[in-house]
Write a protein that binds this ligand. Sequence first.
Ligand SMILES: CNc1nc2c(CCNCC3CCCCC3)c3nc(N)[nH]c(=O)c3cc2[nH]1
Ligand SMILES: [Zn+2]
Length: 373
Amino acid sequence: MSSTFRWICESTDGQARAGTLHTAHGPVQTPTFMPVGTAGTVKAMTMDAVRSTGAGIVLGNTYHLMLRPGAERVKRLGGLHKFMDWSGPILTDSGGFQVMSLGALRKLDQDGVTFQSHIDGSKHRLDPQRSTDIQHALDATITMCFDECPALPAAPEAIAASMRMSMRWAARSREAFIQREGYGQFGIVQGGTEPELRAESVKALTDIGFEGYAIGGLAVGEGQELMFSTLDVTTPLMPNDKPRYLMGVGTPDDLLGSVMRGVDMFDCVMPTRAGRTARAYTERGHINLRNARFALDARPLSPHCDCLACTRHSRAYLHHLFRADEILGPMLLTWHNLAYYQRLMRGIRAAIVDGTLEAHAAHLRAEWQAGDW
Ligand SMILES: CNc1nc2c(CCNCC3CCCCC3)c3nc(N)[nH]c(=O)c3cc2[nH]1
Ligand SMILES: [Zn+2]
């Protein structure tokens, strides 16, 4: 069975697609939500717990891993799969976004970015070649182009200049990429919320040719309406036979609306970060378990969930764990939130296969609005 990196579309319903991404580290059903593994770990989760939620692919983080423990050290230890005990596909971001959002002091030039580590102040440089080399050393299944994600709002000419620099970096990233059977590299579409710039960026990337295409430059404060309207003008221009990855998105409602606009892959820190801050996602929206109203609530978080928190414990127990600042609280709630996100994506995929996505979407939205049980 060939392990050529390819995405096979199995069903469509409107703009939405249900498919399978075949990689050197196994297949992944799409649409898919990718849990974020920041420094080689999905925070507060063992990888057995991540596997139990049904996740097919996780994110690694070039920025964090290059600073600590260092990509060469991970390589000497057998690569990121072995290091973090995950044999499935791993997608690594190229690090530029994290530098801009985390790096202490940084200097951006037309060739890359120089910055100081937020950990120990040491000097580092990232550019298309170095980012691609680091992702190769980590043995990432999917490598992302080195790009710049401009802060919004910004003047169209600033967005245009930034996008064109990212397109030059995409070409250099492609030259630096070492092709291997079952591995892929994704270009990242930029252009802010400007339809013509988005179209120019898609053309620039498809002229280079990648195994998949991400939509970057969004989920940076533009709001859901502008994000959706940008998707409406961008996804139809993207190759139909390649996976589409919307970076950094999002809430359950963002995921539903984006799948319906033709997106296949997502990553977001929301379910894991929420798990550490007592915010639980359920079919009825979200609740904060620190709230006193849960002190005597003997019900499970969600009656539809098979995670450890919902099968073994009550809301009252989770409330207690967070009030007592017990480590088990973030562990159980992260597990639950990731299980909910995976269950949500499985349900959306099933509806695409059945051709019932419109009705399923209406049902999901009504439930989210109905409020807690
Ligand atoms: C949250 N919103 C958002 N995220 C974006 C991201 C980051 C996506 N998540 C990566 C993980 C973050 C945690 C550690 C592991 C990697 C973006 N990344 C790139 N390269 N380009 C974007 O335009 C880009 C745009 C983004 N918008
Ligand atoms: Zn649960």
